[in-house]
Structures are given as C-alpha cells and as structure tokens.
Design a binder for this molecule. Structure first.
Ligand code: ACO
Length: 441
C-alpha cells in the first residue's frame, strides 16, 4: 500500500477518512486522506505508472468540482437554495440591514454594534472622493465607452494614484485600501454616469447614507439639493446587500487569481470587474433587459422559450453553476421588483418576465436541467424602473460586489499557505519537431 505525500494538507483526517484507490494500470493501491469531504489534488501526484511518470492530476476545466481555498466569508447550499453571509441568511440581511452593516459583516464576519457601524460609516464617507487624475481620465474617455470598461479603466488607474498600495503583505495597508475601494467605487461609477449623461461633477453629502449618496451623485442636477425618493434608496441598498458576496464566483476567482501574484488590490479588482462584465456572469443583468425588450408580446413567450431549448437563444437570468434550486437572491429581488415596478403602474417587461418564469419553471427542459431564475433575472427591472439604462446595470453589481472581492482577497493575502495561482493543462499540441526556416515554410 503506497502513501502519496500530502502537500499543504491543512485539515486532519481520522483513520476512517480515507479514500482507497486501486490503479488498475499497475495494480497498486493508494490511501488518500479525506478532510472536509475533499482529497488533496497533490495527493494524486503520487499515483504513477513508473518513477519517471509525472503522476495524476484532476481535470476540471470550469473548476466545477474543485475547492480552491478555505473561506469563512459566505456559505451557499445550491441544492437547497441557501445563501448566508457569516451564518446570517441573505433574506434577513436584505430586510433588516443597511449595506454598510453588511460590508462590515463581510469584512469582519460579525455584525457591527451602533458604535462600530458609525465609525465604519465615517471612515468610508471620508474616502468618498474622486482623485483628480481619475476624473481627468474619465473626461478623456469616449462617452460611448461601455460603463463597465470605464469602471475597469478607472479602477486600474487608482494603482497609479496610490503606489503605496503595492505593499500588499502589510495588513494595515490592505485595510486602508479596502476601505478606500469600498468608498470610491460608487463615486467612480456615479461620476462616470454623470459624465456620460452630460451632467457636471457633484460632491457627496456627509449627511447622506452610502446608497443615498450613490443615487444622489447620479441623479441630482448640478447645483440642486439632493432629493432621492426613499423607496429608491431602500431598493438600491437592498440590491447592494444582495450582491455583496457570493463565494468563489467567476469574478471573485479572477480577483484571487490575479491577487495571488501579490499585485496591488486595484489591479486585482480590475480583473474582477472585467470578469463580472461577461454576459454569463454580471453582464447578464443588461442582457436580461435587452431580452425582455426584444419580446414584444406575452403571446411570444412560448416561442421564445422554444428557441432557448433549441439552442438558438439563451434564457438570460436563468441557470446557475451552483444553484440547482431558486437562487434565494432572485426570490427577494423578484418581490422587490414587484413592489418597485407596481408603484409606476402595469409594466410590460415585468409581465413578460413573470410569464417567462412561470412557463419555464413548469417546462421539462428547464426542470430537468434545474434551471431557475438567478440574481440577474429581476434586478435590471428595478434599475430600469429607477430610470437607468441597461448598460449601467453591471456597474451597480460591481459596486455591491466590491466588498466581497476584497474580503476574499484579504482572506487569501492573510493566509500564509497562499501560493500564486498557477493551474496545469493537458497538452494537446504537436510533439517536438525540427525548426523550419522562414524560406522553407
Ligand atoms: N437558457 C437555456 N439553457 C440553459 C441555460 C439558459 N439560461 N443555462 C443553462 N442551460 C442549459 C445548457 O445549455 C445545458 O444544456 P445541455 O445539458 O442540454 O447541454 C444545461 O442547461 C447545463 O448548463 P451549463 O451551461 O453546463 O451550466 P453552467 O453551470 O456551465 O453555466 C450559467 C451556468 C453560465 C449561469 C448558465 O446557466 C447561463 O449561461 N445562464 C444565462 C446567463 C446568466 O443568467 N448568467 C448569470 C448567472 S448569475 C451570476 O453570475 C451573477
């Protein structure tokens, strides 16, 4: 019986927690320790045909069944449709907590008391400024540039504004720039929005909450007093809470992968924003609205769903890698959308979305594949009812998710076992061959 060497084993396995493997190529038997229902991928390396053999690797292209870290930020049970931040259910947090409370929770794993919250809010508010250099950069950009590209460019530029952020092994430096990014992202997003809509710059108001300031900075005409409807502030705050974290999703994984090179946090979160922009991830909220706009009549819903089944179209805002049940965020947002949109009277898009949902969840194609509405299915409708155009939606997602990206980045940077992310491949190219000079090709 061979015992492959365990690399970076961080848990302890009892005697029963062993996976016994027989390699039929050699007849050899191996015992792989099991901790937390996982085996160490490096343990597979000891399974070899002969001494010169590289050893086995797991093959998992979309990382569908690979745990890349231990994390205490957020828990998801995809089968049951459960999402918790530090043990608190997302439904309760969305109903009872402000986004600032949730940011504190995501970063510190505990809800703040009143004093801690006031201190946290004051620190964030003090950093809600737009550096001159980023303002100049935004003004130099084409106003037609996608708002997510504008956000990515601005976030990347902050690395130049704060070169001291490169000291990523210093916990206090990480904390300072984490707070700064949470504070500045809505400012960058809002001023980008003003720039695109031709409105002049505006300052935050110290008496307003985070979400109020975010909306005020986007919507208040220059020179006027802030006057954002409380219902809108409440909805935006709840949406930010619902988007704050979602464990190892595509963009968080991008932040971790890039951050593992010990680059500054501004570059790491720029990678997160780039990943979020994709239509299969956060960019889906824009695509959902475009899809709903393209369906002219309720009577067209069955034909549209058929085109999704034949592969011609994709039902945007449906399906999830982890949830094989209702995404709990979609349930909260669906209700919120009903409340917000109802105020403005009957809404064709909401009706079409509801018809799509109702028909899809009773249809064999979708039930067999366990496809349900995800967080992006109804969120765009709320942003749209607030008066924002679909191109801006993913930026709102990024504002909310910034804290999650940073909590995971911090967790990774504080972990002494952290190593640069460097996956393997199965090479499928040519074997070695002789070089061919240019004149003989
Ligand atoms: N519409 C139609 N069919 C779908 C959809 C959909 N939205 N999603 C998945 N399927 C089908 C696939 O075609 C596949 O069918 P098959 O087994 O016959 O080949 C099956 O369901 C499994 O789907 P996968 O693509 O393997 O699922 P995966 O986990 O790789 O992808 C994803 C998940 C990307 C979210 C996918 O469901 C999707 O593209 N959804 C639409 C885009 C979207 O809403 N993205 C936002 C996700 S939430 C977030 O990131 C914030």
């Amino acid at each position: 019986m061979e015992e492959p060497s365990a690399d970076s084993a961080t848990g302890t396995a009892s005697e029963q927690d062993i996976l016994a493997v027989t390699d039929r190529r050699t007849g050899q038997q191996y015992e792989l320790p099991i901790t937390d229902d996982t085996i160490q991928a490096m343990d597979l390396r000891g399974i070899k045909v002969n001494e010169g053999d590289f050893g086995m690797m797991p093959f998992d292209p979309g990382l569908s069944n690979t745990a890349v870290c231990r994390s205490s930020v957020c828990f998801i049970d995809g089968e049951q449709g459960i999402l918790e931040y530090s043990g608190y259910r997302i439904e309760e947090l969305a109903e009872h907590c402000s986004y600032m409370e949730v940011c504190y929770l995501v970063l510190n794993r505990e809800l703040p008391n009143a004093e801690q919250l006031a201190e946290f809010e004051a620190e964030v508010r003090a950093d809600m400024v737009m550096p001159e250099s980023v303002m100049r950069l935004q003004n130099a950009m084409d106003p037609d540039l996608h708002p997510m590209s504008m956000l990515q460019t601005s976030l990347a530029a902050l690395a130049g504004e704060y070169p001291e952020a490169a000291e990523v092994l210093e916990p206090e430096v990480r904390r300072q720039h984490t707070m700064r990014l949470i504070a500045m992202t809505p400012v960058i997003a809002a001023l980008g929005f003003r720039f695109r809509t031709g409105a002049g710059p505006i300052d935050i108001r110290p008496e307003l909450s985070y979400s109020e300031n975010f909306l005020h900075m986007m919507l208040t005409p220059t020179g006027e007093e802030p006057n954002v409807a409380p219902a809108m502030v409440k909805a935006m705050d709840a949406l930010l809470v619902l988007h704050a974290d979602h464990e190892q999703n595509c963009s968080t994984n991008a932040v971790r992968a890039v951050g593992s090179s010990q680059v500054n946090p501004y570059s790491a979160v720029t990678a997160g924003a780039a990943a979020l922009h994709g239509p299969l991830h956060g960019g889906a909220n824009q695509k959902v609205l475009e899809m709903l706009e393209s369906i002219e009549d309720l009577a067209d819903v069955p034909a549209f769903l058929e085109s999704c089944q034949s592969g011609d179209k994709r039902l945007m805002g449906f399906g999830h890698r982890v949830y094989k049940n209702y995404d709990p965020r979609a349930k909260v947002i669906g209700k919120l959308a009903g409340d917000v949109v109802d105020v403005a009277g009957p809404n064709r898009m909401l009706e079409i979305a509801q018809a799509l949902e109702k028909t899809a969840i009773e249809d064999d194609y979708f039930t067999k594949r366990k496809l349900f509405p995800n967080v992006d299915f109804y969120s765009g409708m709320i942003y749209s009812a607030m008066g924002f155009c679909p191109r801006s939606f993913t930026v709102f997602f990024a504002v909310g998710r910034m804290v999650g990206w940073l909590a995971h980045w911090e967790e990774m940077m504080a972990d002494v076992n952290n190593r640069i992310v460097r996956p393997r491949q199965i090479y499928t190219g040519y074997p070695r061959r002789d070089f061919v000079p240019m004149d003989q090709r």
